[in-house]
Design a protein around this ligand. Structure first.
Ligand code: MV4
Length: 449
């Protein structure tokens, strides 16, 4: 069993620390890159080596491919873990790693390209007989064509950016008279955000639930799934609460959606860890939505219910090891939930960077807090405002909710604002408690505009 001797981590914050922990438990040395403002951070302190790669703006540090490749060469790292965000889904970065004989811990450049071309991913799924929401078969390049397809599938429809993400270039079109305006604004927005204005069309599914399946694939094409997560509690296309399993799941549902996810991953010739996202409609019909080609923020809820360390698995798979588990070895136990704690105003979600004068994360039975924050640390304004993930595990969903309330109530963060009070409200909402929610839940119940 030879994995790697040293891995370079091309990320920051809680995920950088998460990766360091996996490496050290595997006996692998770690090197990390950091920007000027991240000098006094826990990942920099806990990695075996750290290299400053530039000033705070990500474009000059965490997105600087030559600087990161040089850091791997200087430290003799054999592999790079990109975490999530930054370069994690940049196929050119994967190719730069390969050109320098460095292993990218993640999927192939081609996997990432397909993941980033949502219209094409849909077409591949359709050809393989995986259900997709009715809509366009290719990017819709003319307004007249958008009208023809929308009339055919029936309003309301939703325009989505082929290169999409984060809801940019997404528009719901309720009636024919809105189409022209929506088509052009969506196209403009997509072009500005991604440099590609291509749109595709789907039938708009009201009250959809966002259900996704974690998969693991080795380099020989063996693929297993680690069950589903419900990520329907979103605000402006940012997931805020995730849980596993889906409250209305059972062995039959899990087998069905899990096998669909594996079939989808096989169609993409997928490698390493990934996620297949599905739309679930009110009749519990599942439709492929997109594929995420990275370790995700919410991966811990799956770890809590399966006992599998997904980051360690990523490393072993990238080293060419065959999958160590068979599907029947994956056992599910209890219920897990994650709240993403941001350094933001809990009412208006406005970023609240600054010095954290006191930071005491929750603990105790069934509580895991993934964070790189500490008392005295300063949250920089330059990056995403996620500062901690509180993840709980309980024997069932009710126990997980009680435990999450208990954990949040003991979490002390002073000096900056955090979104903890927002979660405390949601955890008391009867519809949240009963599982009676969908992706429209936050917009309906909370003035989050
Ligand atoms: C949809 C949808 C309804 N029908 N797709 C996709 C990404 C995720 N963040 C939101 N997405 C949606 N995809 C179909 N076919 C509804 C959403 C959606 C949404 C769309 C526009 C504005 C706000 C939204 C809030 C939640 C879900």
């Amino acid at each position: 069993m030879t994995f790697f001797k040293k891995i370079l981590i091309a990320n920051r914050g809680e995920i950088a620390l998460r990766i360091i922990r996996a490496c050290h438990e595997l006996g692998i040395k770690t090197a990390i890159v950091y920007s000027d403002v991240d000098r006094n951070t826990l990942p920099v302190r806990l990695a075996d080596e750290a290299i400053c790669i530039g000033p705070a703006p990500a474009s000059q540090s965490y997105l600087n491919i030559p600087a990161i490749i040089s850091a791997a060469e200087i430290t003799d790292a054999e592999a790079i873990h990109p975490g999530y965000g930054f370069l994690a889904e940049n196929p050119q970065f994967v190719e730069a790693c390969t050109a320098s004989r460095i292993t990218f811990i993640g999927p192939s450049a081609e996997n990432i390209r397909i993941g980033g071309d949502k219209s094409r991913a849909r077409q591949i799924m359709k050809r393989r007989g995986i259900p997709i929401v009715p809509g366009s078969g290719a990017p819709v390049l003319k307004e007249a064509e958008a009208m023809r397809i929308s009339r055919k599938i029936g309003f309301p429809v939703i325009f989505k950016a082929s290169a999409g993400g984060g809801g940019k270039g997404m528009r719901i079109v309720h009636e024919e008279k809105d189409l022209t305006r929506m088509y052009h604004t969506a196209q403009k927005e997509a072009l500005a955000a991604f440099g590609i204005g291509d749109l595709y069309i789907e039938k708009y599914i009201s009250d959809m639930r966002h259900i996704e399946v974690q998969i693991l694939a080795d380099n020989k094409g063996n693929i297993i799934h680690l069950g589903e997560r419900d990520c329907s509690i979103q605000r402006r296309h940012q997931k805020l609460i995730e849980e596993a399993p889906f409250i209305f799941s059972d062995a039959k549902f899990r087998k069905k959606i899990g096998e669909l996810a594996i079939k989808a991953a096989k169609a993409f010739k997928y490698r390493n860890a990934g996620t297949i996202e599905f739309i679930l409609d009110r009749d519990k019909q599942v439709y492929f939505m997109e594929i995420n080609t990275r370790i995700q923020v919410e991966h811990p809820v799956t770890e809590m219910v399966t006992g599998i360390d997904i980051v360690k698995e990523q490393i072993k798979l990238a080293a060419g090891q065959p999958l160590s588990l068979k599907q029947q070895d994956v056992k599910f136990s209890g219920h897990s939930m994650e709240c993403r704690i941001n350094a933001e105003d809990p009412e208006r979600f406005i970023p609240s960077p600054g010095r954290v004068s006191l930071f005491v994360p929750p603990g105790g039975q069934g509580v895991r807090t993934d964070t790189a924050a500490y008392s005295g640390w300063t949250v920089p304004a330059h990056y995403d405002s996620l500062i901690a993930k509180v993840i709980v595990h309980g024997k069932d969903r009710d126990e997980a909710i009680l435990r999450m309330r208990r954990a949040l109530s003991e979490f002390i963060i002073e000096g900056i604002k955090s979104t903890i009070p927002f979660y405390q409200k949601v955890l008391d909402n009867p519809d949240f408690i009963s599982g009676n929610f969908n992706t429209g839940f936050l917009d309906k119940n909370y003035t989050t505009k």
